[in-house]
Ligand binder design. Structure first.
Ligand code: DP6
Length: 361
């Protein structure tokens, strides 16, 4: 059994009585996908992602010290100003998982107020930005209790805690590119937390764009946790985890060399493989919609015609993320408005780009 950092520090100053901490944390889009996990929230393969900029969650954590520590976690939750009891079980579970790392949790009553910049039920996963924002707030409270924690330790522990809320959330703390999962070719990588890509990234990826076509805003048919679990008895699981690992090695070289043709090949193949895993699990499911495929075909046509470096990737849903260099922004946006908006529900899409991770407001 591998030893991970314990991340529990002695309480060295008085617990603060009350206060409020506000943080924002972005979503991220995986280039090499995390699909398959083992307990507790450990990935079957390493994954790598672009941290986003515009799609983010803002969370305010109001804390008040209790006279006597309570038996259970004491918190209220508001989403976009409204009480959200249906979100509570997820946060309760998160608190249970992180309690041993933040032993002061039961000594406080919390009010958690959260909002997203992207439309609710747009099909954009809010668990990455939401869980990382909450983990970030909690770590800022821990820092008040233990001011000796270094910046590096704080970032690592925030990512570690966020992972216990939602795997992909651990990749949102830093930017512009992060890796989660131990991998022989990525120095310092770990299954327990994500690290910023530790090599010089080629300038081709500076300000890289991600325009998200909102193809279908319906509720997901399958939660990611259920999807991950379907990899346990999946006939292609072993091969898939090996392939992901090879793709990390390949993508590392691509991010250093700036080879955009190789980037396209790895990224599109990863997106289609993720969906192929869903289509070949038992039960099987298809999250792409007819308009997802139409948009993909249009991207391929456009690339052939123009020599553009535009490519797509997919999450566990029907939306299409269009990735392209900043230098192509004007032309690609024209192509999107002329040809791709037709495939978006209510013509909606979101312009985002590579970003820098969570921060205190
Ligand atoms: C397809 O991080 O949402 O987006 O750990 O169960 O919360 P849990 O899953 P989650 O899975 C994300 C899966 C993915 C690929 C990725 O982001 O790497």
């Amino acid at each position: 059994m591998k030893e991970y950092p314990q991340f529990t520090w002695p309480i060295i100053s008085e617990l603060p009585d009350q206060g409020i901490i506000t943080c924002t944390s972005p979503s991220n889009i995986a280039l090499v996908k995390y699909w398959g996990k083992r307990p507790v929230q450990l990935p079957e393969n390493a994954s790598i992602s672009f941290t986003l900029d515009a799609c983010k969650t803002t969370t305010s954590l109001t804390y008040r010290k209790l006279d006597n520590s309570s038996d259970d976690f004491d918190f209220e939750l508001f989403f976009e100003g409204k009480s959200k009891p249906d979100f509570k079980p997820k946060i309760q579970k998160f608190f249970e998982r992180i309690e041993s790392y933040l032993p002061f949790l039961k000594q406080y009553t919390f009010v958690i107020e959260t909002s997203n910049t992207f439309p609710h039920s747009s099909g954009i996963a809010s668990s990455a930005s939401g869980m990382s924002a909450l983990a970030y707030c909690l770590m800022q409270l821990e820092r008040k209790i233990n001011p000796n924690i270094s910046d590096a330790e704080c970032i690592q522990k925030t990512s570690f805690l966020a992972r216990l809320g939602s795997g992909s959330a651990c990749r949102s703390i830093e930017g512009p590119i992060t890796v989660w999962g131990e991998h022989k070719d990525i120095d310092g990588s770990s299954d327990a937390f994500a690290v910023a890509f530790p090599y010089k990234i080629h300038q081709n990826f500076e300000e890289y764009q991600d325009t998200i076509l909102l193809i279908d805003k319906g509720e997901k048919q399958v939660s990611s946790t259920v999807g991950h679990n379907l990899m346990h008895d999946h006939p292609f699981a072993r091969k898939r985890f090996e392939q992901a690992s090879e793709n990390i090695t390949r993508l590392k070289e691509v991010l250093i060399s700036g080879d955009l043709d190789a980037f396209i090949e790895v990224v599109e193949s990863e997106a289609l493989t993720l969906h192929a895993m869903m289509m070949t699990s038992l039960p099987y499911f298809i999250l792409m919609k007819p308009n997802t495929l139409s948009a993909i075909h249009k991207v391929w046509e456009y690339r052939k015609k123009t020599n553009s470096k535009l490519c797509f990737t997919l999450d566990a849903g029907a939306n299409v993320h269009l990735l392209y260099p900043d230098s192509e922004k004007d032309q690609v946006l024209e192509f999107i408005t002329n040809e791709l908006v037709a495939y978006c529900q209510n013509g909606q899409y979101i312009c985002d780009k590579i970003g820098w991770g969570a921060k205190i407001l």
